[in-house]
Design a protein around this ligand. Structure first.
Ligand code: BT5
Length: 256
């Protein structure tokens, strides 16, 4: 099982960038970078992650997975499950997962996950970054409709160290399971059982240059989302944003 050495920073540009720098400098698997604040926290597709001081848990883990390359996209899905386990244990919180890996509470985003790969002298490494909103201040006013924090949901800001310890434990267990025999199939089943988005959810899928609506129909073996379009065709989504839609009595469709 991976043992995490924790490297702590008061302030850093991005824990993912630091973990990538460490991986290139031969950091061992399991190295975990944690920062009290990020000055250039990153989301997917060059988006930013709001990371004010002491309001969230910002961390990134260096991995050197023994998995076929086509299964590496399962790493962020596995991380989403680990976050769910950790928040349940440390805060008694029930969460949902929106494909690919937003952790939601009361339908709002509580945690984001960013997985990246980098070439190193020891082979290709993966870096998995996790941002969890602990306190209300983690959520900027302009995101208050779509984002939330543990403090907003439970009424109390949790102890960062308790959440971190549970997270590293859950992560190590799930990572070991993923790399065991039938680990990938097992992960897909677990993910589908823990996400209200896996099956029969009406969604809008926004791709870089296109968007369409349809109903979710489970995951492919590499974690891609299957969506049945309104024309009855199955589309496989490997990169994109998903928004839940609800049907109105008049037949029109609105974002939830
Ligand atoms: C993500 O991207 O959700 C991945 C976020 C990963 C953040 C962690 S923090 C530790 C590590 N180091 C990093 O530099 N990053 C990782 P995406 O799905 O693209 O969502 C980004 C969008 O979420 C933004 O465009 C905002 O709309 C929204 N957002 C930004 N900050 C947020 C926050 N604190 N809470 C909720 N939503 C936020």
């Amino acid at each position: 099982m991976i043992q995490s050495t924790i490297l702590r920073f008061d302030s850093i540009d991005s824990t993912n960038l630091e973990a990538i720098r460490q991986a290139r400098a031969c950091a061992p698997e399991g190295l975990c970078v944690v920062a009290r604040e990020q000055t250039a926290g990153r989301g997917r597709l060059d988006r930013s992650w709001h990371s004010p001081k002491d309001a969230g848990l910002y961390l990134s883990i260096v991995l050197r997975p023994s998995l076929a390359k086509e299964s590496w996209p399962l790493l962020p899905l596995m991380t989403g499950l680990a976050v769910g386990n950790a928040l349940s244990k440390s805060c008694g919180l029930r969460t949902d997962i929106k494909w690919p890996n937003d952790i939601l509470a009361d339908g709002r985003k509580l945690c984001g996950i960013l997985a990246e790969t980098t070439e190193t002298n020891n082979g290709l490494a993966a870096v998995v970054g996790i941002g969890i909103n602990l306190a209300r201040e983690a959520v900027p006013p302009e995101l208050s409709d779509t984002a939330t924090s543990i403090e907003s949901v439970t009424g109390a800001k949790p102890d960062l160290e308790v959440v971190l310890a549970e997270l590293l434990k859950a992560f190590a267990e799930r990572y070991e399971n993923l790399q065991s025999k039938d680990g990938c199939e097992h992960l897909i089943r677990e993910w589908c059982a823990n996400s209200s988005y896996a099956y029969d959810r009406r969604v809008r899928v926004s791709l870089q240059s296109d968007s369409f609506t349809g109903v979710t129909r489970g995951l492919e073996s590499d974690g891609a989302l299957r969506v049945e379009t309104d024309e009855g065709r199955i589309r496989i989504v490997r990169a994109g944003d998903v928004t839940a839609l609800r049907a109105q009595n008049d037949g029109s469709i609105h974002a939830e």
